[in-house]
Design a protein around this ligand. Structure first.
Ligand SMILES: [Zn+2]
Ligand SMILES: [Zn+2]
Length: 279
């Protein structure tokens, strides 16, 4: 599979000259099969999803969008995905099953409807379906996807393990492992769901909102430190760890310094908007 990193920022977009190399769009990854040009699976619809239209040429999007959770930085790009908002698109959007039993359309409408936004989800053009997803395994667009609930803050949050039968990409952009205890190194528990999702991954894409010298902020905002992400990858035998969901005030120069915190195993990549992984 091929993974296009379309938005790598967390919390809120970060435009400006100090952020041009890693990029300021919020969370979105588009995945294509090896033999296909066009992505058919999209993880999260942060503002980076706007860039997915550029991967499709003049074609409409036909595929599935999986949301890890409903926070703004994972959702706000949705109505601006022009290749999906057109009459000939086909989109299945899935989000975590809600503890209050609300259906997907209702949950999305809370943030996307007047007076917050001019239209509701039903106002998007094309053939859309909106559904909630219980934890477990599904097949979509020729991928096998495992969804597990992981701790975060404020709303049910999933991590996803995506396989094309050959390669595996694990996606946990927002994860607060310290919610389950401080763990062996103080960065949070290496709990079963996280280890199992990441086990043997070719790429573990993980929350690295903050660094270990800022760990109080990680706990407060419901995130992980970069050191936790790398150690999780090591414990789970992931081939590489992709540090993702950078804090909006982390400049290019600051991100350049992050890899020097780590040794050679596992390989550590600091996600940028120019990153395309062939797995
Ligand atoms: Zn986020
Ligand atoms: Zn979040």
């Amino acid at each position: 599979m091929r993974a296009y990193f379309l938005g790598v920022r967390g919390s809120t977009p970060a435009p400006g000259e100090s952020f041009v190399r890693y990029g300021g769009y919020t969370s979105c990854i588009a995945i294509a099969h090896d033999d296909a040009d066009a992505p058919t699976l999209i993880l999260d619809s942060g503002t980076g999803i706007r860039r997915a239209s550029g991967l499709l040429g003049n074609d409409a999007f036909a595929g599935t969008i999986l949301l890890t959770h409903l926070h703004w930085d994972h959702f706000h790009g949705l109505p601006f995905f022009s290749a999906a908002d057109r009459d000939d698109s086909r989109v299945a959007l899935l989000l975590p099953e809600q503890p209050d039993g609300a259906d997907a359309n209702e949950v999305l409408s809370r943030a996307m409807s007047p007076p917050h936004f001019p239209i509701g989800p039903e106002g998007l053009r094309g053939k859309w379906s909106f559904s909630t997803l219980p934890p477990g395994t599904i097949e979509a667009e020729g991928f096998s996807i495992e969804a597990r609930e992981i701790p975060h803050k404020g709303g049910r949050t999933y991590g996803y393990r995506v396989s094309d039968g050959d390669a595996v990409l694990t996606y946990m952009p927002d994860h607060c492992p310290s919610a389950l205890g401080s763990g062996p190194d103080g960065w949070g528990e290496y709990h079963f769901e996280a280890l199992d999702l990441a086990k043997g991954s070719d790429a573990l894409v993980h929350d690295a909102q903050v660094t270990s010298d800022e760990s109080a902020a990680a706990v407060f905002f419901g995130h992980a430190v970069a050191e936790y992400a790398v150690e999780l990858g090591r414990r789970a035998d992931a081939r590489r760890v992709v540090l993702f969901h950078h804090a909006p005030d982390r400049t290019d120069d600051a991100l350049d310094e992050v890899p020097f915190r780590f040794g050679p195993e596992p390989e550590v990549i600091v996600a940028s908007e120019s990153l395309v992984l062939e797995l």
